[in-house]
Ligand binder design. Structure first.
Ligand code: GLY
Length: 389
C-alpha cells in the first residue's frame, strides 16, 4: 500500500470512529432534552416517574413501595455524570430522598435495584459518606432474606400476597441476580466478606437450578425453605412455565456478567456467554435486536416488543465484550442503533417525556403493556454511557 492510500485509510478510520462517538453523544444529548421535561415535572410533583397511563399522563411510583423507584434517580445521576449540570444532581438527590427509609425494609428483595442504582451511583460520583452508609444499611436488610437451607435470598414474601395463591413458599426469581451487585459492593466498602459470600452462594444456586440445558432460564424457582429442595420451576411474568421470558434472560445475562466483574470466576463468564448465545441465535430473536416480550410468545411476530429487555441486553453485552469477544460489542451497537431510531425513541415532548417507547411490564398481570418504563430508559442511558466510556 502506498503512503497516500495508507493516509486515506487512516483518515477514513478516524472519521468512522469520530462518527460513532458522535452518535453516542448525540443520543445522550437527545435523551437529555427529553428527560429535562420529565425532570421538571418530577421536581414539581416531588415524585418519581415510572411510566405513563393510557391518557398519556405520567404514572408515578406506587405507594408505599415500588421496585422501580431507584431507576429515575439513577438516570439523573448518569445525566449529571454526562453533563455536569447541577440540576441533574439536585433532581437525583431530591428523588432518592423520597424512599431513603426503605433501606430498612426486609420484606422484598429489590433493595439492590433500588439502592445500588441510586445511592450506589451517588457514592461513586460524590464519595459522600452518607450515601455509602445508606447502601450498607440496605445491604444489611437484604441479607436478612438469605436462607442457608436453600442457598438463596428469597425474592418475594408470599403470606397475604398473590404468590400465596400459587402455593409458593420460598420463590426466587431470576431478576434477583441483579440485587447481588449491591452485596458485592457492600463487601468492597466495608471489608466484611459476608455480603460477598451470600452473593456468591445465591449466584451458584441459581446457576444450578434456574437454567435449562440451552441456557434459557425459568422465571421463578420455588424452594422448600426447610429442606432447601426445589419444589417447582414456573413463571409469573412470562408466557408459560417452560417459555423464555425476555427480560428474565436479560437479567441473567447482565447478572452473570456482573458476577464475573466482582469474582473473576470464569464459570460466570462462560455462563453469561451461554445466555448471550441463547438470545442472539434464537430463531425468534428479531432482526432489529429488540426482543419480543417472551421468546416463545405464541403470536410472534404479532406480539409486543420489550425495549427494556433490549436495553438491558445491550448494556450487558458491552460489559461482556470487554472480557471476551468483541462480537458482543457489535451486537450491542446493533441493538442501540435500533433503540435510537424513531421506531423506539419517542419524538420530543411525547411519550410522557420518557426516552423509549414499547416496553412491557407484565403481560400475564395485564400491567404496563407497550409503554415507556423508567428502567428501559435507565439501562438505555447506562448502555450509552458505557459506549461513551
Ligand atoms: N424485576 C421485575 C421485572 O423485571 O419486571
Amino acid at each position: 500500500m502506498n503512503k497516500l492510500k495508507l493516509s486515506l485509510l487512516l483518515i477514513s478510520l478516524a472519521a468512522l470512529s469520530c462518527n460513532s462517538k458522535t452518535d453516542t453523544q448525540l443520543r445522550l444529548d437527545k435523551s437529555e432534552k427529553q428527560l429535562t421535561n420529565l425532570r421538571n415535572t418530577a421536581m414539581e410533583a416531588n415524585n418519581i416517574p415510572r411510566s405513563i397511563h393510557k391518557d398519556g399522563k405520567v404514572r408515578w411510583i406506587e405507594i408505599p413501595y415500588d421496585w422501580t423507584e431507584g431507576f429515575w434517580p439513577g438516570t439523573c445521576w448518569m445525566m449529571f455524570e454526562n453533563t455536569k449540570d447541577e440540576q441533574w444532581k439536585q433532581a437525583a438527590i431530591a428523588s432518592q430522598k423520597i424512599y431513603e427509609a426503605h433501606k430498612n425494609l426486609t420484606n422484598d428483595h429489590d433493595l439492590g435495584f433500588i439502592f445500588n442504582n441510586s445511592y450506589g451511583k451517588a457514592y461513586q460520583i460524590t464519595k459522600e459518606e452518607h450515601y455509602k452508609q445508606v447502601l450498607i444499611d440496605a445491604a444489611n436488610s437484604l441479607i436478612t432474606r438469605f436462607n442457608k437451607n436453600t442457598g438463596t435470598i428469597q425474592s418475594w414474601d408470599v403470606v397475604g400476597n398473590w404468590q400465596e395463591k400459587r402455593g409458593w413458599k420460598f420463590p426466587v426469581i431470576i431478576d434477583n441476580l441483579m440485587n447481588l451487585e449491591m452485596l458485592f459492593e457492600a463487601t468492597m466498602l466495608t471489608g466484611d466478606s459476608t455480603y460477598h459470600q451470600i452473593a456468591v452462594e445465591h449466584a451458584n444456586t441459581t446457576l444450578q437450578n434456574h437454567f435449562r440445558p440451552d441456557g434459557s432460564s425459568y422465571h421463578v424457582v420455588d424452594y422448600d425453605p426447610v429442606t432447601g429442595k426445589v419444589v417447582s420451576k414456573v413463571t409469573a411474568q412470562g408466557y408459560a412455565d417452560e417459555s423464555a421470558w425476555s427480560r428474565g434472560q436479560a437479567w441473567g445475562l447482565y447478572g452473570y456478567t456482573m458476577c464475573y466483574r466482582y469474582t473473576k470466576d470464569k464459570k460466570y463468564l462462560d455462563f453469561a456467554q451461554k445466555i448471550a448465545n441463547f438470545i442472539l441465535t434464537h430463531p425468534n430473536y428479531p432482526k432489529d435486536g429488540v426482543p419480543y416480550w417472551d421468546f416463545n410468545a405464541p403470536k410472534i411476530p404479532n406480539e409486543p416488543r420489550d425495549a427494556s429487555a433490549g436495553a438491558i441486553i445491550a448494556s450487558a453485552l458491552i460489559e461482556l465484550s470487554s472480557y471476551t469477544d468483541k462480537k458482543y460489542l457489535k451486537n450491542a451497537e446493533h441493538i442501540l442503533n435500533s433503540l435510537a431510531s424513531d421506531s423506539y425513541t419517542a419524538a420530543l415532548n411525547t411519550n410522557g417525556n420518557f426516552i423509549l417507547m414499547h416496553s412491557v411490564g407484565s403481560i400475564p398481570h395485564g400491567n404496563e403493556i407497550d409503554v415507556p418504563l423508567n428502567y428501559a430508559d435507565y439501562y438505555y442511558v447506562e448502555a450509552l454511557m458505557r459506549m461513551k466510556k
